[in-house]
Design a protein around this ligand. Structure first.
Ligand code: ADP
Length: 548
């Protein structure tokens, strides 16, 4: 062979190498290898097989693990492939190369277009990678039985060994892609994204699910800190910043819950956990997982709602409701007493006086008065019997529960609620239900006081704070307000300015607060409205008190 033809042959092989190496799928690679082998050798037909074919496995199952690729490319495409036994034995069993001329019956390709007479030349060799036969190349010619020269076989062998490396890369790539796909799917199902945040550059990278949770565009990579911050609920950001700062300074594991607001206004509850390590550049990096817990939160909320409804039904009857039912019980006998007394007076006014009838009326009066007295005694024993149960609880939580309970009333009245709770979540020793009754009564009064106020101006502000071992809660409204002259009177029993009012709520509230050693008072709320504040000692000196 001349120097020139050798050069052009090398070029051809180099080009074929390039074509094969570019492929990243089994199919593409098998097709490219077959096309190059056919075009180089000038063979009429051929096939590339990667594992999987049952008859081949049966012959050489040790060197053909089933989990390896399973792909056949053939030319003509419709041909069926089945290696004759002796070929399989030699090529797959002994990893040898076979070049031979045989009769048409020994062809590995069963194809309708194939001539049924004459000799065929066959070239068959294995694709070997690290001593494993991972596939087979089969070429045949019925035109020129001398085409598989030693040089041709050498070049095809070179192509085969290059292809074997590429097949292995594809296998690894596929395995990687599959693992990655599992991870992506797993993250999607679990609503869980992974992230890595560089604490020096403040840039972060994240998985697809992380991008979905934080509503980030996929082409933004890495993610600037400002963009991340812009998705955090403004109210949750200060706490998140503090938690991050603390975790960075101590390099301790990080865990924090916050809300994420998407660009379309959708809000998610998330929990982020992570730990610090040194990144590839030596910077301190936080690596972790962010999980969408919105569904869990919704379920918890539903549970809390249900619990509150139950608490309301069983114990947290508003004072007004309680007073209303007492009055209803007393009202009837009182009316009866009045009617009987008037009748009695009429019998006595007669001339002569009807003493017997008057006596009957008096008997009725006594009966009804007794009934009234019974009701009063019953109620008194009911209230007296209510032993005050002091226990420690979080005042913010207790008040928040009351707000939840009043949610529907608040919404119906078009009231905007603002809270400004003491951040230390102060704990109070008191009777939780009674303190909640006080708060509930003050909230309801505030809502009622704002009915006459224009839309958009009904604001209910609830705040809590601690000072000198006292915990205070203020309930402020933008309603009609309390005239300075009436600031004491509103706490008097039966004082009311409402048509259907009973004038009992505030007086009972004050009793409960005093029973806890605290104070309840009212003042102006800025320019308009009233602010009711109750202040309670954190700890109770005397236990077991009763409402008198
Ligand atoms: P009731 O609500 O049945 O009238 P209360 O003892 O709770 O009984 O209240 C007594 C009175 O105090 C009310 O009728 C009202 O005039 C006044 N009051 C209570 N809360 C407020 C408030 N937030 N703003 C203005 N007035 C109030």
């Amino acid at each position: 062979m001349s120097w020139e033809s050798e050069t052009s042959e090398l070029e051809l092989v180099a080009k074929a190498f390039q074509v094969i190496s570019r492929e990243i799928s089994y199919q593409g690679l098998a097709k490219a290898l077959l096309a190059e082998a056919l075009s180089y050798s000038g063979a009429t037909r051929g096939a590339i097989l990667l594992s999987g074919q049952r008859d081949m496995l049966a012959k050489a199952d040790a060197s053909f693990p089933r989990e390896r690729a399973n792909f056949l490319a053939s030319f003509p495409q419709s041909a069926q492939f089945g290696l004759p036994e002796d070929l399989a034995e030699e090529v797959l069993g002994r990893k040898g190369t076979v070049v031979r001329v045989v009769g048409p019956a020994s062809s590995a390709l069963i194809d309708a277009t194939k001539p049924s007479s004459g000799k065929i030349a066959q070239l068959c060799l294995p694709l070997v990678h690290q001593n494993w036969a991972i596939g087979v190349i089969y070429l045949e010619s019925d035109v020129d039985v001398g085409i598989f020269t030693p040089q041709c076989v050498r070049v095809i062998s070179m192509l085969a060994s290059q292809a074997a490396i590429s097949f292995e890369s594809v296998r690894l790539f596929e395995a990687l892609r599959e693992t990655n796909m599992w991870m992506v799917r797993g993250q999607q199902i679990g609503g869980m994204g992974s992230y890595r945040w560089n604490t020096r550059t403040l840039l972060s990278r994240g998985s697809r699910e992380c991008y979905r949770i934080l509503d980030l565009d996929l082409d933004v990579n890495p993610v600037p800190f400002e963009m991340f911050i812009s998705r955090i609920h403004p109210k949750d950001y200060p706490a998140l910043e503090r938690a991050l700062g603390e975790a960075i300074s101590t390099k301790s594991p990080f865990a924090h819950e916050y809300r994420v607001i998407h660009r379309d206004g959708k809000s998610l509850h998330v929990v982020a956990v992570g730990q610090f390590d040194e990144g590839p550049t030596g910077d301190l990096e936080l690596e972790g997982i962010i999980t969408d817990i919105s569904q869990r939160k919704a379920a918890e909320q539903a549970l809390a709602d249900a619990r509150n409804e139950l608490a309301h039904a069983s114990g947290l009857t508003s004072l007004g409701e309680l007073a209303g039912s007492i009055i209803h019980e007393i009202d009837q006998p009182l009316t009866g007493i009045l009617t009987s007394a008037e009748a009695c007076a009429r019998w006595l006014d007669r001339d002569p006086a009807e003493a017997a009838e008057a006596r009957k009326s008096i008997a009725r009066i006594i009966r009804q008065a007794r009934r009234t007295a019974d009701v009063v005694t019953g109620v008194r024993s009911l209230v007296r019997g209510a032993q005050v149960r002091f226990a420690e609880f979080d005042i913010n939580e207790a008040v928040a529960e009351v707000l939840l309970l009043s949610k529907r009333e608040v919404e119906r009245a078009g009231v905007v609620v603002r809270t400004d709770f003491d951040r230390t979540a102060p704990r109070l020793e008191a009777d939780r239900v009674q303190i909640q009754q006080v708060a509930l009564n003050l909230v309801r009064n505030a809502i009622e006081a704002m009915t006459e106020v224009g839309d958009g101006n009904r604001i209910l502000t609830i705040s809590s704070w601690t000072a000198d071992d006292m915990i205070s809660v203020a309930i402020a409204d933008t309603g009609t307000g309390v005239d300075p002259a009436d600031r004491d009177r509103v706490f008097e029993t039966l004082y009311t300015t409402k048509g259907a009012g009973l004038g009992l709520g505030l007086s009972i509230c004050r009793k409960i607060v005093r029973l806890h050693g605290g104070k309840l008072w009212v003042e102006e709320n800025g320019r308009c409205g009233a602010k009711f504040t109750f202040s309670l000692p954190r700890r109770q000196a005397v236990r077991g008190a009763r409402i008198q």
